[in-house]
Ligand binder design. Structure first.
Ligand SMILES: [Zn+2]
Length: 263
């Protein structure tokens, strides 16, 4: 059944004549995995949401004991939440049960060598958590506190800086007052459009600092600019999101997407 060498039962380790094998993994992980192995309908219900503890069990034991289908299921769920494809970036939530999901997913990705989860998970981390969260860890009533490894704390800090820097040059380049004449030569309402962009820039800059880091923001475009400015801004915004996505792994010290997605 298992490809890995496991401790062999001895004549003393028996329960009702059945040999007992002691495994070093958590009982909760094995509960989920054994249920999945004995009941194929267990937790394989298409696109329905799934609890993080099941995903983590499938990822950990699926990797360790080469239960390929369980690992594949875990990859599918994790990449719904933390996409590794740009066109999946705006997908919905498919994992439930952990408020501190991002920290746990990052730790799980390192543990199970699913590094393709990290760029998106780290970007969400930069967007959602403060430096204090990073240093002290995060938790919830249902889960113990979790602190990222030193390696991932470093990745967060350098990535956060890069994202803040790059979103100004890419996603929100159209808000840069210095780019007004370069980007909008066909503007038909210069004073009104300049004022509209300044208002957005001010509202972003004066909000909670965490929201400053949002390189994949989906702008609602309800601001008042002329048609020409709106078209140019939308194109620049979309191009900026894509450009940052392409370089995203490098911000966190990871190999490029091609290398990460070789699995
Ligand atoms: Zn304009």
């Amino acid at each position: 059944m298992f490809k890995f060498a496991l401790p062999q039962p001895t004549s003393k380790n028996k329960l009702e004549e059945c040999p007992i094998v002691r495994l070093p993994d958590s009982a909760e992980d094995w509960t989920h995995v054994l249920r999945a192995l004995c009941d194929r309908s267990y937790q394989f219900d298409g696109d329905e949401s799934q609890s993080f503890s099941v995903v983590a069990a499938f990822a950990r034991l699926g990797t360790k004991y080469e239960f390929r289908q369980l690992r594949t299921e875990a990859v599918k769920r994790l990449t719904f939440e933390f996409p590794s494809q740009f066109n999946r970036l705006d997908s919905g939530i498919h994992i439930i049960g952990a408020n501190d999901l991002v920290f746990r997913a990052i730790t799980l990705a390192r543990e199970t060598n699913m590094l393709f989860v990290l760029p998106c998970a780290m970007a969400i981390c930069c967007q959602s958590y403060t430096i204090r969260d990073l240093l002290n860890g995060v938790g919830s009533p249902d889960y113990p506190y979790i602190v990222l490894s030193t390696e991932d704390q470093r990745a967060y800090l350098s990535g956060w800086y890069d994202l803040i820097h790059m979103q100004a040059k890419e996603t929100f380049k159209w808000l840069d007052p210095h780019m007004r004449d370069t980007l909008f030569p066909d503007c038909v309402s210069r004073a009104r459009c300049t004022k509209a962009r300044a208002r957005v820039l001010y509202s972003i800059g004066m909000s909670h600092p965490i929201s400053l880091c949002n390189p994949f923001s989906r702008f609602d475009w309800e601001m008042v600019m002329c048609v020409n400015c709106t078209i140019v801004s939308k194109v620049q915004h979309a191009r900026g999101r894509k450009n940052i996505w392409i370089d995203l792994p490098s911000f966190f010290g990871l190999p490029g997407w091609d290398e990460l997605l070789k699995e």
